[in-house]
Design a protein around this ligand. Structure first.
Ligand code: SAH
Length: 356
């Protein structure tokens, strides 16, 4: 970005910034409303500001670019996927999922990822960079503008590890739930982590009311290590303690995510071990049959096996659901659309906008 990243200023910071320019505080409030309620893409749109001020702002500040490169609308369910281009040419993806209770957007927290999970497409080319609060917020603003629909829920389950971009992520949550912006209830925000223990403990102390989801994917330290390199850093025991700490501090029930991979973590013994791990915990378990990523060579279990796995957990008293698949016809899994475009661009130099 050339100018200062104005969308990353929170309400108080923006008012102070305008005052430092010799403007009245209400100008800061007006600009905040343009940026965070109306999702303005330019200063020219801010018609209730004097032209002089708009020009001054254009010269020194920048509204984080979020340009739609591709929009894919699923034919099988009410889901759409967006590929956005940022100021520096990096691309990120976001997904809109419509439910009976409202619209949910899945946002990316980083361009790329350095966590290296074995089943995930987002991490294949490593981490490009962290996203600024503005770039997380504007994924949602842009989707609201494009579709004309209101977003009520947000999940930070797109590309990236939110707790590897801690400060920007926490600021994003505060701004997203701020009454001067979209004012989305923190209880309607879920963030998923691969289990960075110190950051989970720090998050527990932020005084936030968001749901934390832990990507478990294995019920023992050994199993987890096979799929998730982060497990080499933090033992399963410590991770579970951090989950208990989060629940204790916030009163928010944890969600656990478990991607089922054929012949890797889907046996009866796995179901028993997983039950043992979660038994006395006040939590919810989401089973996600793995979305096969070409480069990864992992298979999903057949649906009979998935139901058997679920049944076993249910019998053991675990609160479990199979995550209903969304948008698998539009590269629904983490990082797949972004990756397909990167590969295609490398191989053919093509740019494609698809609206099918
Ligand atoms: N970095 C965070 C959030 C990103 S991914 C995390 O690790 O939790 C959101 C969820 O999708 C995670 O549980 C992740 O493990 C899972 N996921 C990623 N790729 C997947 C795939 N191909 N199939 C099924 N689940 C996948």
């Amino acid at each position: 970005m050339n100018g200062k990243d104005i969308v990353s200023y929170n309400y108080e910071e923006l008012i102070r910034e305008l005052e430092s320019l010799g403007e009245k505080a209400y100008r800061g409030r007006q600009i905040y409303a343009w940026l965070h309620e109306k999702g303005a893409d330019s200063f020219e749109e801010m018609t209730n500001l004097p032209k002089k001020l708009r020009e001054r702002l254009s010269g020194a500040y920048e509204i984080a670019r979020m340009e739609t490169v591709a929009r894919q609308i699923s034919k099988t369910d009410p889901t759409e996927k967006f590929l956005f281009e940022l100021s520096d040419g990096n691309r990120i993806e976001s997904v809109l999922m419509r439910y009976r209770y409202g619209n949910s957007v899945c946002v990316s927290s980083q361009a790329g990822c350095r966590m290296g999970c074995k089943f995930c497409a987002s991490t294949i080319d490593g981490l490009e960079r962290n996203l600024a609060p503005s770039e997380m917020l504007r994924q949602i603003y842009q989707i609201q503008k494009i579709t004309g629909e209101r977003v009520s829920n947000v999940v930070v389950m797109g590309t990236g590890e939110p707790l590897d971009n801690y400060d920007n992520f926490v600021k994003f949550v505060r701004m997203l739930s701020d009454e001067h912006g979209l004012h989305i209830s923190q209880r309607n925000i879920t963030a998923s982590t691969c289990g960075i223990v110190p950051a989970m403990r720090r998050l527990a102390q932020e005084g936030l009311q968001i749901t934390l989801a832990l990507s478990l994917h294995g019920s023992t330290q050994e199993k987890r290590k096979r799929l998730m390199p982060v497990a080499n850093r933090y033992e399963l025991g410590e991770v579970m303690e951090a989950c208990d700490y989060y629940f204790g501090k916030t009163g928010r029930r944890m969600t656990f995510e478990y991607s089922l991979v054929a012949d890797v973590n889907d046996t009866d013994a796995d179901a028993e071990e997983l039950s043992g791990l979660l038994k006395n915990r006040n939590c919810h378990l989401n089973l996600i049959p793995v979305n096969p990523v070409k480069e990864r060579g992992l298979k999903r279990p057949d649906s009979k096996k998935v139901y058997e796995f679920e049944n076993k957990l249910e019998k053991n008293g675990i609160n479990v659901t199979i995550r209903r698949e969304r948008g698998s016809d539009i590269d629904g899994a983490c990082g797949q659309l972004r990756r397909r475009y990167a590969v295609r661009k490398r191989e053919t130099g093509d740019e494609i906008i698809c609206n099918d």
